[in-house]
Write a new protein. Structure first.
Length: 284
């Protein structure tokens, strides 16, 4: 199908972008989700604002114990970034699992998060990383935690007239291990279930556990009961299994043509156990 007629702007500054969005225009980043939706007439914006020429939105930098990533940084740039691979390997690993080479070359981290697909990869990792998002409007700027930002399926806390400016993730020190594991839908590469794990060891105990889950429910979430079951423990196989069985507990699981709710819960338990064990092995 062919999209409906629309106006197109390609500004070079962030101030121009937010002014256009405040007037009702729709931001366009990599276009991996928006363009197909427009072709199917599931989305019909009257005005598109291309973010591709705004250099203020494309950077990866370290500052005060955190990595700052501009919204238009592509998945491929995150996957290949020396800084991210060395200081936040979970995000690089997650980016390498997104779609295919063409998608990773064009898709952006800001666009993916703003789309809030419940089967997207980044949200699981960002939940485990306790990431923060900086949202820019025409007259103000605010910072939200990723858990507050992700509201529901394809729904975020972005106000009308706001755009994601950057994503902030922590730099983890020695003793931290991470891993992202998913069951991909064969055609699209989206996660039927995906689990991101971030563990920190202090001596012979786990001092911190963070587990982000995607694909299982209407939005990515942190499996806080499973986290609590791991913290203060040594991470024995029995403890890992017990914690993994809490990941899907009480979750209203998705059910569709790809997997039933019960099957998704089963996958979440199995792959959480695997991801926890592999992350634990990286803490040494």
């Amino acid at each position: 199908m062919i999209p409906q007629t629309f106006d197109y702007s390609a500004p070079k500054t962030l101030e121009e972008v937010v002014a256009l969005i405040a007037s009702g225009a729709k931001p366009l980043a990599g276009g991996m989700s928006l363009i197909p939706a427009m072709k199917l007439r599931l989305a019909a914006p009257e005005h598109l604002v291309d973010l591709g020429r705004v250099k203020e939105l494309n950077y990866i930098a370290e500052d005060k114990g955190a990595i700052h990533i501009g919204a238009t940084v592509t998945h491929q740039e995150i996957e290949s970034s020396t800084l991210i691979r060395s200081k936040c390997p979970l995000l690089a690993e997650t980016a390498s699992n997104i779609g295919d080479v063409q998608v990773r070359n064009m898709g952006t981290i800001g666009g993916s998060i703003a789309h809030a697909d419940p089967a997207a990869d980044y949200p699981a990792a960002l939940q485990a990383l306790e990431a923060r998002l900086v949202l820019k409007g025409a007259k103000s700027e605010r910072t939200l935690g990723v858990d507050e930002f992700l509201v529901d399926t394809f729904t975020t806390a972005l106000d009308s007239g706001e755009v994601i400016r950057e994503i902030i993730v922590p730099v983890d020190g020695a003793g931290t291990g991470t891993y992202y594991q998913k069951v991909p839908q064969p055609a699209s590469g989206f996660a039927i279930v995906g689990v991101a794990v971030r563990l920190r060891r202090a001596g012979d105990k786990l001092s911190m556990a963070r587990i982000g889950v995607t694909g299982l429910s209407n939005r990515a979430f942190r499996a806080t009961h499973a986290e609590a079951a791991l913290e203060g423990r040594a991470g024995t196989p029995a403890e890992i299994q017990a914690a993994s069985e809490l990941v899907a507990q009480g979750v209203d699981a998705n059910s569709d043509i790809h997997a039933s709710a019960d099957y998704r819960r089963c996958l979440a338990t199995i792959h959480a156990a695997r991801a926890i064990a592999l992350a634990l092995a990286r803490t040494s």
